[in-house]
Design a protein around this ligand. Structure first.
Ligand SMILES: [Fe+2]
Ligand SMILES: [Fe+2]
Length: 438
């Protein structure tokens, strides 16, 4: 679906009054979404807040409530959002926002008197307060809690002036939350080559919080048993931060990024089956940081018997030929391992057999590649960092191994702070082609 069309329709609502309240329809949605962001809600909730009242305008034939909007605007809105291709979880929340009001009307003392005049009037059209039976049905619904949160933002989103992001802020987020967030041409490229670049998957505005979470991660001290910090540099030389792994549980921004519905949906489209996160890392490649030797991931990712992975690279900084951006072998999709050295990097003749294409990226761009795509990168010869987040997924049917993976890696190839003197670690598959010092 075209999110541009949806955004255009929403833009036109700047002139449309919000059913008996002192703000426009557009302003009401923007305020509700802004409140959701302030409350730290996930993207699905934010979009549901933005779009919760589309039912008032999406169907010109809808029966009206005496100038107070469309009847059954909750259901109409949910159906419309599904019809234009948004993920159904958002539609389900939109479809429950009137139920939340009918629920609160009967379970919360004084709620009715706090409602605006217009909202009290529409409650009559909406079936009035819930019956006991409806209350227990609603409480058992999977969207119960989120629908109540959404309702609170809905009711507070009627200020004449409020500080909130504008509509443009949601453009990339809306695209991400479509059932088909990439074009047929992009899917075709994926099928033919096993990799895909998506520009501006995250907007500049969104990259502000992702970048600051990355700064925060980078500044974290080395703590045994937690996030895993790895360094490069020969022994005796100053250490340079090279990589941090196993951090999803410490930064909520990454939880949404790595396991939110939008990215899981994208990865599932590419894996052609439900995806599950296998592991996550940020490669820092600070100025003068080393490159990665050419390799395929497949031979290194076999620890738990999975056969196939897809890795999502999110560019945090610009990735350029000067600072050692990702390079991919020019070849049609491969399905097997190529000739390798003992350390599982590609043999010289395998490397020489390809032309290598530098994949330059801007902050917010994604590059996705499957586990047979030969890739490498050069050292960072510039004076700016080239940070990139790499998240690897496998098919859910092959199992969920993330915790076991990090536990196993921690034992075989611990971060510096957990290494014991005099122990010779055999990093094996945990250190293929990369510059982390042993
Ligand atoms: Fe509504
Ligand atoms: Fe509303």
């Amino acid at each position: 679906m075209s999110t541009t069309t949806l955004l255009k329709s929403l833009e036109n609502l700047a002139e449309m009054g919000y059913v008996g309240e002192p703000v426009s329809q557009l302003e009401h949605g923007l305020q509700a979404a802004g409140l959701a962001i302030k409350a730290g809600a996930g993207e699905q909730m934010v979009l549901a807040a933005l779009l919760h009242d589309v039912g008032h305008w999406c169907n010109p034939k809808a029966l009206q409530m005496e100038g107070l909007g469309a009847r059954e605007h909750d259901r109409l809105g949910a159906e419309y959002l599904v019809s234009i291709g948004l993920l159904p979880e958002i539609a389900a929340l939109v479809g429950a926002h009137v139920d939340a009001k009918r629920y609160l009307a009967v379970t919360t003392a004084g709620y009715m008197t706090r409602l605006s005049v217009a909202s009290r009037k529409t409650l009559e059209y909406q079936g009035g307060p819930m019956s006991d039976r409806e209350v227990s049905g609603f409480k058992a619904s999977p969207v119960f809690r989120d629908a109540l949160r959404l309702r609170a933002w809905d009711e507070a989103a009627k200020e004449q002036k409020a500080d909130r992001p504008n509509l443009e802020f949601y453009r990339a987020m809306l695209t991400r939350h479509c059932r088909e967030p990439v074009s047929d041409a992009q899917l075709d490229h994926w099928d033919r080559f096993g990799w895909l670049r998506i520009k501006s998957w995250y907007s500049e505005g969104e990259m502000v919080s992702i970048t600051s979470a990355t700064d925060d991660l980078q500044a974290r001290p080395e703590v045994p048993g937690k996030w895993m910090k790895y360094f490069e540099g020969a022994s005796g030389q100053p250490r340079t931060l090279c990589r941090i792994e196993n951090f999803l549980q410490y930064e909520p921004v990454y939880a949404e990024l790595l396991q939110g519905n939008a990215n899981l949906n994208l990865l599932s489209l590419l894996l052609k089956e439900r995806a599950v996160l296998f592991k996550e890392k940020v490669n820092f490649k600070l100025p003068r940081g080393q490159g990665f030797s050419a390799h395929q991931d497949a031979p290194a990712f076999t620890t738990f018997g999975q056969r196939f992975h897809v890795t999502m690279m999110l560019s945090i900084d610009h990735g350029t030929t000067d600072n050692g951006c990702l390079e991919i072998a020019k070849t049609s999709r491969l399905n097997e391992s190529l000739e390798m050295n003992e350390d599982l990097t590609l043999s010289d003749s395998a490397v020489a057999g390809f032309q290598w294409e530098p994949i330059e990226t801007a902050p917010g761009d994604l590059v996705l590649f499957d586990s047979y795509v030969p890739h490498r990168s050069a050292p960072n010869l510039s004076d700016v960092s080239r940070r990139a987040l790499y998240a690897t997924y496998n098919r859910a049917s092959e199992g969920d191994f993330r915790q076991r993976y990090f536990a196993k890696k921690r034992r075989a190839f611990p971060p510096d702070v957990e290494r014991e003197d005099g122990v010779a670690y055999d990093a094996g598959v945990f250190n293929v082609g990369n510059p982390v010092s042993l």
